[in-house]
Each structure stands twice: as structure tokens, then as C-alpha cells.
Design a protein around this ligand. Sequence first.
Ligand code: ADP
Length: 466
Amino acid sequence: MSRNRMPGSSLRWRFTLGFIILQLITIVASLGLVLYIATLGSPGGAVPSAWLRLEVASSVVVSEDGQATIKATPGLEAMMKEWPALWFVVRLQDGSMLTNGSVPSDIAANFDFLSSFRSVELRGYVDTPDRQGTVDKMETEAGTVIIFAGGVSWSLYQLTFVAGQVAIGVPALILTIITVLGVPWVTKWSLGSLDKLTERLGRIDFKARGTSVDARGLPKELVNVVKDINLVLGRLDAGFEQTERFFVNAAHELRTPIAILQVRADTLPPSEEKLHIQRGVKRLTAITNQLLDIEKYRQTLPPPQAFDLTKVAAKVVADLAPVAIAEGYDISFETEVSEALIEGEPEAMERALANLLRNAIQYGGERGNLAVHVEADGSVIVADQGIGIPKELLPRIFEPFYRVNPHGSGAGLGLSMVNEIVERHRGFIEIESSPGQGSTFALRWRKAPLTKPVNQVRWMDESIIR
Ligand code: ADP
């Protein structure tokens, strides 16, 4: 299964993007709402700068001669440049005052009265900066002083914007950083179970019966999906079983009438017709036998075990050598390894190799050599020098009931079964064939068998052909 790495199609990416977009919408909406409410209450309203008094307090220093004086901080200097109407008065403990800018006279006239408060804020409107001011008792280098300051005003709109930026913007920024870094991690963590499920689904052998997906350790939502998958698998199983039972029953039912037909045909007086009937009956017998063979294999799948391919191949050659020799062939068995261990069903493999060799005998043109060869990597080759198969028909010969020559006696089921068995052993079949020259069927394995080398190539000898 190939994984699509395009960010748009990754769930993790979608989650992250979704979260960020939602957050941005929330931030913009909150800011807008706060601004709206702030300006709604007091259109054109303004407040004195909260920073000015702090800058003034920091600017009060005590000089070398012990006198309190003003040494403007860079912040105060910048504000003075920006706001020409800026003013402030610092009333020291001894009652003396340090003054800067033009103090509005009506405010100055009330200094004594205003000094009696700990903190006063005079608010005006945006277009009257001199109507803003603060009065505060503050700690400075020169001790506790009273600072009167004004001329710098912020519209409520501005203030809310700045306050909003600080109050909403900072958490929003932190939240966005956490989202960008955290959401992919969180989604990876929560979607991990999806990977787990994909991996379990990948391990399902859809050809095997009675398989189900393990739901243990999966979250509730996926357990429901797994339940549905298992339900479908169960139904498929039941369907397959029904079909198989039908075929087996049909094959069984056919056997008796075919046997009777054969006996009857054999008793007919010799004629062309008798030969036709006998050939037909032979084919019917082959088909029913092969159907039963396939079903027997499918239904009695033993647990897989390790077995030696060289031994199985040697046994098949030994079993069929007398038939091959009787049909006029030379037969050879050759192995480049003394052992090739593979996991699976030795009896099924024997049936598959026997089928290939029987085909070689049948389609080998009754001449030349039939060779069975186990290669160094454990591949098993069955080769003949017979009629061959046209290239364009090669893809079809594994189809059930397909025969290159429909008049032959075979059922067309052998190679389909061989293919199934080889696939079950995680292998595949390679064919090289040219009409009139012969065919080579090579069984290759995706997981290499465990092989033991031999120093000498072992040729088929009398001890193997019994
Ligand atoms: P069948 O029972 O007809 O042999 P198979 O499934 O074993 O059925 O093979 C399908 C067809 O492939 C055969 O009918 C035959 O035409 C062709 N075939 C199989 N093996 C060989 C071979 N070794 N040489 C030539 N043709 C072959």
C-alpha cells in the first residue's frame, strides 16, 4: 500500500489547519467584539496614558549634590517628542515642584485638592488631549512624590486595541504556537490507532477462512468499524463455504453417473463413436477429480510447517519418473542446495509440483528431457521441450477451466490450483515458453527459503528413481 504524502490529504495536516483557522476566527471575533463594546459605551472617549506617570517616576533622580531633578528616560523623551502638549509636575516631599510643559491652569489651581487622593484619573475626549491627566503618589529615587501628568491621551478605541493585543494577542500567539507544534503530535497520537487498524487489516489473509480483525486496544469508534469488517468477513466466509460445498457436492454427485457412463462406454462395441464417448468421459472424470482435489486442499489446510523444497521436488520426480519414462522422456532432477526450507504445507506443494510435472509430461511432446531444478535461491523450475504456449495466451492459462487446446483431455483447473498454492507460500510463477520449443515454469519466493549449499550438483540417480 502506498502512502499519499500530499499535505492536503493527510488527516494530521487537516486537523492542524482546521484548529489554526478556528483559532484565528476566535481571536479576530473576540477582538472585534471587545472593540465594539468599548466604543459603544463612550463614542470618542479617551483616557490618559497609563505609561506617562511611570516614565516620569523613573525620570526622577537625585543628582550628585543631593538635589532631586528630572533626567528624562528614553521612553519619556520619545513621548515628549510625539505629544507636544505633554506636561507633568512632580511635587517632592518638601513641597517643591519639578515642572515640564505647560500645565493646564485649572488643573494646576487644584493641585492641593487633588494631592489629597492616592490616585486620580481625569478622562476627556480624543480631540481634547489637555483634558486628560493623572495624579498619583509614587515611589521614586527621591522618595515618595506626587506626580501630576497629562497631555497624552489614548482613545478608548486605541486602548482597547492595545489591551486586546496584550490580553488576547499574547495568549493567542502562545495558543497558535502550541497548536502548530502540538496538534500534529496530538493527532498522530490519537490517529495512531488508525495506523494500528491499517496494519491489522494489512495482515489479514483474505484467502484464509475464519479470519477476523483483532479489535483489542482500539478506541470505541474503531471497534465499531472492526465489528462491521468482521461481520462482512464472516458473511464472505459463509458465502464461500456455501459455494464450495455446492461444488464439492456437485463433483461428488457427478462421480457415480460418470463411473456408470465409463463402464457402459467400455462395453460398447469398438467404433469411432465409442472413442469419442470414452474421451468425453475421461475429461469429465478429470474435471470432477480436480474439483474434488482443489476443494480437499482448501478444506483441509493444515497449520503451516517448515519443509524442505528439495525433498518435495525429489519425491515428485521420483513418483512421476516411471510415467515420464514410459511416455518416452528423459527426466532429470538437479538441485543447487542440499536443503531449501520454506514455511507452508508440504502436501499442497507436492500437489502443485506434481501438477506442473504432469503438465510437462502431457504437453512435452513425448520427446526430449523433462527437468526439475532447485536453484540456489530455492526457486523450483519445471521445464519441458514440448509444444510450448503462445505468448499472448500466457496470462490466461491460470484461469480456471482455461485450456489452450479445448480438445485436450485436461480440465483446465491444474494451473489455477498451482497458482493458489504458490501464492499461499508467498510465491509467484514465472513462465518462459515458446511454441514448439518447450515451457519453463519457475516457482519463485518473496521470502527466500533457508538454504544449505551443496558443493556438487546432484543429478537424478537410480536411488531416487525407484
Ligand atoms: P489442464 O488440466 O488442461 O492441463 P492446466 O490448468 O494445468 O489445465 O493448464 C491450462 C492449460 O495450459 C492447458 O490446457 C495447456 O494448454 C496449457 N499448459 C499447461 N502446462 C503446459 C506445458 N507445460 N506446455 C504447454 N502447455 C501447457
